[in-house]
Write a protein that binds this ligand. Structure first.
Ligand code: AMO
Length: 433
């Protein structure tokens, strides 16, 4: 639109045309106010009924809330106006009227439950708080991309329709692909590994992953955004360094560029994590969890960490931390074991005190070991021949990780539900919108 002024840029003395939504109409009798809201803020429009054209007043005062309006007029200083200025209108146009019955109230005066909000995201994101989350999410992705560039990575995009799963056979969504069975990809794992053996060497991808998780929890989605990293000539320790740099960059980007959004969400002292993230071995982790006495049954070597255990340990550690040296038997086939102890893997997880954010590790790059690993996990190596084959033609040692994008935003902002950080979540109940 030509000559449109954002409400935040309207200065006294200007003659402007603003366009946005009718946020509120206050009719006080002889005088009435229309508050126009756009993406930058709000501005008051004043109607003095006795002095202004009747049609103009009529249009401005009778407009339904949340209609799209365009107002032209002079900007004047007015101490009593919410932003210290107001528009004395010469022209008011209703560009797109809204129904008087709204499914939710974008002014936030009436609370809406999460389900109503997700059904009506367009209206929901007219609310400052909801909008702030997605502006922060965008900044997280921007900062993460910049950090990957500093790490000399190339951004890649890999297929989401695939012939096989990678993260265990039970969590796949099957689809039909021209009469053939296919699946939605659970992880770019195998593709990103194939690229470290290419001339690219160090890559990242930000894209959707699909998990047919049965459980419906506040931290699981059936379609999530995975931030994946993989580098040739890296070991698990190098990969953890890169992981730490990327998570820190996300926090720093938000601290630096999202002050307004943080204020809207009520954060006064948002800070990027300082210091190195502690690195605990799996063995230390289970010992410390057992010592908290929070679990009914003591954990033993080989157990996965239950959610309550993660919480108990997270509370003790009180910051981001890595868990390293997991038992080989509970890590996937592509994770390399330690050279001096086959029962111990190079796999690691990055934990936020409240939940797991990242899994990663050094990868098995030796052809024979890789194929043997498939067999041990009951997978058919022939189905993965496109992948294993490339390990015969010069595959360097490599390592990498996958970071859950929504979990990063959720934990950063202390959101109760991961769905708050997704525009249109896919879960057990939701396939639309
Ligand atoms: P993993 O399966 O642990 O590892 O996934 C990595 C990270 O992705 C996020 N995540 C999810 N977030 C929300 N809902 C889900 N259902 C969900 N599933 C996973 C989590 C998790 O830590 N290929 C390996 C990574 C690697 O080794 O590079 C993998 O996918 O934050």
């Amino acid at each position: 639109m030509e000559n449109r002024t954002y409400t935040a840029d309207a200065e006294p003395g200007d003659t402007v045309t603003v366009a946005g939504w009718a946020h509120e109409i206050r009719d006080l009798g002889g005088i009435a106010f229309l508050i126009v809201r756009d993406t930058t803020g709000k501005i008051q429009v004043k109607f003095e009924k006795d002095e202004m054209d009747d049609d103009l007043v009529e249009t401005g005062v009778n407009v339904n809330r949340e209609s799209v309006v365009q107002v032209s007029g002079a900007v004047e200083e007015e101490e009593r106006a919410p932003t210290g200025v107001e528009i004395v209108p010469e022209d008011v146009e209703v560009v797109a009227p809204a129904d008087p019955e709204l499914p939710l109230d974008p002014s936030g005066k009436v609370d809406a439950d999460i389900s109503t909000r997700l059904d009506n995201r367009t209206l929901d994101l007219r609310m400052e708080e909801s909008k702030a989350i997605f502006e922060i999410r965008a900044e997280v992705l921007r900062a993460v991309r910049e950090q990957f560039r500093d790490l000399n990575c190339t951004e890649i995009n890999t297929p989401k329709i695939v012939a096989t799963g990678t993260e265990g056979g039970t969590e796949l969504f099957p689809i039909t692909y021209f009469g053939q069975e296919a699946f939605m990809n659970q992880s770019p794992q195998l593709f990103k590994q194939l690229m470290v053996g290419s001339g690219l060497e160090r890559v990242f991808e930000i894209g959707p992953i699909f998990r047919a998780e049965e459980h419906n929890t506040p931290r699981h989605l059936n379609e999530a955004t995975s931030i994946d990293f993989e580098s040739a000539f890296y070991d698990h320790s190098d990969a953890m360094d890169a992981c730490e740099a990327v998570v820190r960059a996300a926090y720093e980007g938000v601290a630096e560029n999202c002050q307004e959004q943080l204020e809207t969400l009520g954060y006064e002292d948002f800070e990027a994590p300082s210091g190195d993230f502690p690195r605990l071995t799996y063995e230390e982790a289970i010992e410390r969890i057992n010592a908290t006495g929070e679990l009914d049954e003591q954990l033993v070597w080989g157990d996965d960490l239950p959610t309550e255990g993660e919480h108990a340990l997270g509370e003790e550690v009180g910051e981001h931390y890595f868990i390293t040296d997991w038992p080989s038997e509970i890590k996937p086939f592509y994770i390399k074991d330690h050279d001096d102890d086959e029962t111990l893997s190079t796999g690691f997880d990055l934990m936020h005190p409240s939940m797991e954010l990242v899994s990663g590790g050094q990868r098995e790059h030796r052809y024979d070991h890789l194929v043997a690993g498939f067999e041990q996990q009951g997978l058919d190596p022939d189905a993965f021949e496109y992948y294993t084959k490339m390990f015969k033609y010069g595959m360097p040692p490599h390592a990498g990780w996958g970071l859950g994008g929504e979990r990063l935003v959720m934990t950063m902002l202390g959101l109760d539900n991961i769905r708050e950080a997704v525009l249109f979540p896919r879960d057990r109940q939701r396939l639309s919108p």
